[in-house]
Design a protein. Structure first.
Length: 255
């Protein structure tokens, strides 16, 4: 039968109060093998329990940052168009492509399925540069935000037929000035390009709640914005708003 033995050393030295020696026993016993294994297991369990939440939090933060960047791009496109309208040209260039006269901007515009030519980047890239707005509602512009000339986002923009300065449908006829319309902007992640070009794109915003992966941003936009654009110096702004946003919500540009 085995017994654990503990070596002990007896050290004696004179006491400061006299000549009687003090006896001190020192033990050189350490942790047993079982105690060491238990410590390793406890540490491993702790690491396993805290690592997934850390990765989930980091991944969720990345997705949130992407959505915020997409929202900024969408708002920037609306601000760009509003600035063009405020300049007062009759039929100014650079506006989003118009949908049909009977199309509801908010609900009946399909997802894009054609990639625009080139990439719009913060630096000069080789090849044909991209342009905004795209030529039609089915085409998306490719946007590079980090300067590597590779698309990070895909932007679709469109608008209703619009009204002229008297509140009539704008057709581009002589004397007409485009004074108001409803526009929409959808910004997709670049990972959605294959689904978009395959005709499987969605139009409802992607849900990023509770996920650190790509989720449904593979075919849905990260940001969707709609805005009513009316020239601010028109004398009948309120009437234009009412015509652009009818109560029944069934006509062009309802908002």
């Amino acid at each position: 039968m085995l017994h654990n033995s503990v070596k002990q050393q007896t050290i004696s030295f004179p006491s400061s109060e006299g000549l009687n020696p003090k006896i001190v026993k020192c033990s050189d016993a350490g942790l047993t093998l079982i105690e060491g294994l238990i410590a390793i297991v406890v540490i491993a369990i702790t690491l396993v329990s805290i690592t997934p939440p850390i990765f989930w939090a980091v991944g969720s933060r990345v997705q949130t940052q992407r959505a915020e960047q997409a929202l900024k791009l969408a708002q920037g496109e609306i601000d760009r168009v509003r600035t063009i309208i405020e300049r007062g040209a009759a039929d100014p260039p650079g506006l989003p492509p118009s949908v049909g006269a009977t199309v509801n901007v908010r609900s009946n515009v399909a997802a894009p399925n054609v990639a625009g030519t080139g990439v719009i980047s913060t630096r000069v890239c080789t090849g044909t540069p991209g342009t905004i707005p795209p030529g039609n509602t089915a085409t998306f512009a490719q946007i590079d935000t980090n300067g590597d000339c590779v698309a990070d986002y895909l932007l679709q923009t469109f608008r209703s037929q619009g009204l002229d300065q008297t509140g009539n449908a704008f057709t581009g006829a002589s004397g007409q000035v485009l004074s108001g319309f409803v526009m929409g902007v959808r910004v997709y992640s670049a990972v959605a390009q294959s689904e978009l070009t395959a005709g499987r794109g969605g139009t409802q915003p992607a849900s990023l709640r509770g996920t650190n992966g790509l989720g449904n941003q593979r075919n849905r936009p990260l940001a969707v914005l709609y805005s009513t654009i009316v020239r601010s110096n028109e004398s009948q702004n309120l009437e234009l708003y009412r015509k652009l946003c009818p109560a029944n919500g069934s006509t062009t540009g309802s908002c």
